[in-house]
Ligand binder design. Structure first.
Ligand code: GDP
Length: 194
């Protein structure tokens, strides 16, 4: 994939606010701090297009980024964030559910987990939910540069302990936003699913 342009397009919390130009969409989800903004920025070769969690004022909205005027990457806000109330959490869950369940333009989901840890309960729930929705899924194990070379083969084994990966619609990649590991492979997956 050759990236000719990438721009922030719109933020949405409900259907009326989603883009109306009928382009295909790929969603990205993962718990807060997993490296989602860094993945989006590094895929697009941009420094600060997606805001990282260390930046204040990060809002709990679906953020749509238009790429090559051709398709959207949709940043689903990070789940498992401790400092929100029960009510906020529920609203947030509904927002994500509404989007994932009803959006016809949605072509696939990229689910991010941290290479250094086994998937969390929230990761497992999100993964099983995406399976249930029958979406093409790419699981990305982020921050692979933080794992010792000798431990790298354990990353997928750890993933397998909690996620049943043996489905035709599921792919898995390791990734480093710092070293740009597997940028091309991620784009290949996106391209195949658009
Ligand atoms: P988000 O909350 O999922 O959007 O996570 P961020 O992209 O803000 O990343 C959280 C933290 O992890 C930041 O300090 C990033 O610099 C760091 N980070 C993200 N991706 C990588 C990576 O591939 N390698 C390393 N070493 N650090 C990363």
């Amino acid at each position: 994939m050759i990236i000719k342009s990438s721009d922030y397009a719109i933020s949405a919390v409900k259907e009326e606010q989603y883009p109306k130009d009928n382009l295909p969409e790929i969603a990205l989800a993962g718990r807060s701090n997993v490296g989602k903004s860094s993945l989006i920025n590094s895929l697009l070769g941009r420094k600060n297009l997606a805001r990282t969690s260390s930046q204040p004022g990060k809002t709990q909205t679906l953020n749509f980024y238009v790429v090559n005027q051709d398709f959207y990457l949709v940043d689903v806000p990070g789940y498992g964030y401790a400092k929100v109330s029960q009510v906020q959490r529920q609203k947030f869950g509904e927002m994500i559910q509404d989007y994932l369940e009803t959006r016809e333009n949605l072509q696939g989901l990229i689910l991010l987990t941290d290479s250094r840890h086994e998937p969390t309960k929230d990761d497992v729930a999100m993964y099983n939910y995406a399976l249930y929705l029958n979406l093409p899924i790419l699981v990305i194990c982020t921050k692979i540069d933080k794992v010792k070379k000798s431990q790298e083969n354990k990353v997928i084994a750890n993933l397998n302990k909690k996620l049943d990966l043996a489905y035709d619609n599921v792919s898995v990649l390791t990734y480093s936003a710092v070293k740009k590991t597997h940028v091309k492979e991620v784009w290949d997956w996106i391209e195949q699913n658009l």
